[in-house]
Design a protein around this ligand. Structure first.
Ligand code: PLP
Length: 445
């Protein structure tokens, strides 16, 4: 078969062909095994080849896969929305289903703007976001994203959203030590709101733990309570982009629970269906829905496949499986274990500057000098070299380098499925160690 019609991430590069997956392992058609050390793009949280999900999929497909949401609702979509409302904190009781994380954050943005319009605030439509962030690849989501390499080509077309620095403690934007931190990066939100005018700002959006652009960067304890307090003071909605962190990945069902903060809107994706189908959601609180329910009664968003019964049934089974097998707790326990192992690697390899994250969303950042935290030169391509070496040895890890050049270095995310065993973690760390060994030798020979 000719293989030059599919546009792959890097054209001209050879990609093995996937055959099948079982648990944390993927197999190519030559029979080579790979440990899915990143759950793909932090997605396959319940592991591969789960028969219960295949059964739910088959059962729903046997009844109906697609019925247009303007014509019908479905038991599957209604049950999934109910399940999410049961799992979510506070009054986050409403779900709007979409097909990708990008659509979920775009929808979150639109709902925030609509909320204020329905209340008569026509100008309250700006969204504040952070540098070193990723909210998706569509133009609205990319506008909100502070992921410099992914924005680059489109900058003239993007809205001017990212405004404030990220809570990046390892590289504190204010050069402050943890002990004397006054949460200046959170206070920066207030400064931004005052500059733009709260009458013009609809919402602030943030990833609870920064993923694709920096590799599991985790803010200090007081950060989100301060953010929420500022949002409330200025009547600004708080959108948590939990596309990567949601559904148990960090050892809590929703990562924002680590900070005891309840957002007004949550964007979900990835782990919501664990890769078994494209499915994502925007969850909305009663308070945010209220003017819409009494006003226009409809949300100006949606896609042909929104809330399709097949994807809804699959996602519902994934969440049921997550609960039945207590995988949120497993993420915490296995995450603590993996974190210790990664810290051991950091003691062994000089090029690891920082180990961070929560649950099974962990990150490593690389530096050319530990004391000065100097990143490697861009052209050394540390992340891609490490990812390639690990791949060749049968381990998948996720590259995460999207901060402003010179501010941050290279990072990878290690985020295996929540079903990973201690033995499998041992193997993962062994391959990662061998890959680091090779890379470090190449760098310093
Ligand atoms: N938001 C976050 C936090 C993400 O990590 C991602 C993807 O990595 C997205 C949004 C976009 O999701 P998708 O790739 O499904 O469009």
């Amino acid at each position: 078969m000719k293989r030059n019609h599919l546009i792959k991430p890097t054209l001209g590069q050879h990609y093995p062909t996937i055959s099948h997956g079982i648990g944390v392992y993927l197999y190519d058609t030559d029979g080579n095994p790979y440990i899915d050390g990143s759950s793909g793009a932090v997605t396959a949280s319940i592991g591969h080849g789960v028969s219960e999900v295949v059964e739910a999929m088959t059962e729903q497909a046997g009844k109906i896969s697609f019925a247009y949401r303007s014509h019908f609702t479905s038991d599957a979509a209604e049950a999934l929305a109910k399940k999410l409302s049961d799992l979510a904190p506070g009054d986050l009781n409403w779900s709007f289903f979409v097909n990708s994380g990008s659509e979920a954050t775009e929808t979150a943005m639109k709902i925030a703007i609509q909320h204020w319009q329905e209340k008569g605030f026509e100008r309250k439509n700006r969204i504040i976001s952070r540098w070193t962030s990723y909210h998706g690849i569509t133009m609205g989501a990319l506008s909100m994203s502070g992921h410099v390499p992914r924005r680059k080509r489109f900058v003239p077309l993007l809205e001017d959203f990212p405004t404030i620095p990220a809570p990046y403690c390892y590289r504190c934007p204010y050069n402050v030590e943890a002990a004397s931190c006054q949460l200046q990066c959170a206070n920066e939100l207030e400064t931004a709101i005052q500059r733009i005018g709260s009458e013009n700002v609809a919402a602030f959006i943030a990833e609870p733990i920064i993923g694709a652009s920096a590799g599991a960067v985790t803010p200090p304890l007081g950060y989100y309570p301060r953010i929420k307090e500022i949002c409330e003071r200025y009547d600004i909605l708080f959108i948590a982009d939990e596309v990567m962190t949601g559904m148990g990945r960090t050892g809590k069902m929703f990562a924002m629970e680590h900070w005891g903060v309840i957002p007004d809107i949550i964007a979900l994706g990835k782990g919501m269906s664990a890769g078994y189908t494209p499915m994502a959601a925007t969850m909305i609180s009663d308070r945010v829905m209220e003017p819409i329910l009494t006003g226009s009664k409809s949300i100006m968003a949606g896609h042909t496949y929104s809330a399709n019964p097949l994807s809804a049934a699959i996602s519902l089974e994934v969440l049921t499986y997550l609960e039945r097998n207590e995988l949120v707790l497993a993420a915490k326990e296995k995450g603590d274990y993996l974190l210790q192992k990664l810290q051991m690697l950091a003691r062994q390899f000089e090029i690891i500057g920082d180990v961070r994250g929560k649950g099974l969303l962990l990150g490593l950042e690389f530096v050319s000098n530990r004391a000065s935290k100097r990143p490697f030169e861009q052209q050394s391509g540390i992340t891609s070299r490490l990812v390639t070496k690990a791949f060749e040895k049968g381990l998948l890890i996720y590259p995460a380098s999207g901060a402003i050049e010179g501010i941050a270095g290279d990072a990878v995310i290690v985020s295996p499925p929540l079903v990973i065993t201690k033995e499998e973690i041992g193997r993962l760390v062994e391959i990662l160690g061998a890959s680091l060994e090779e890379l470090q030798q190449e760098l310093y020979r």
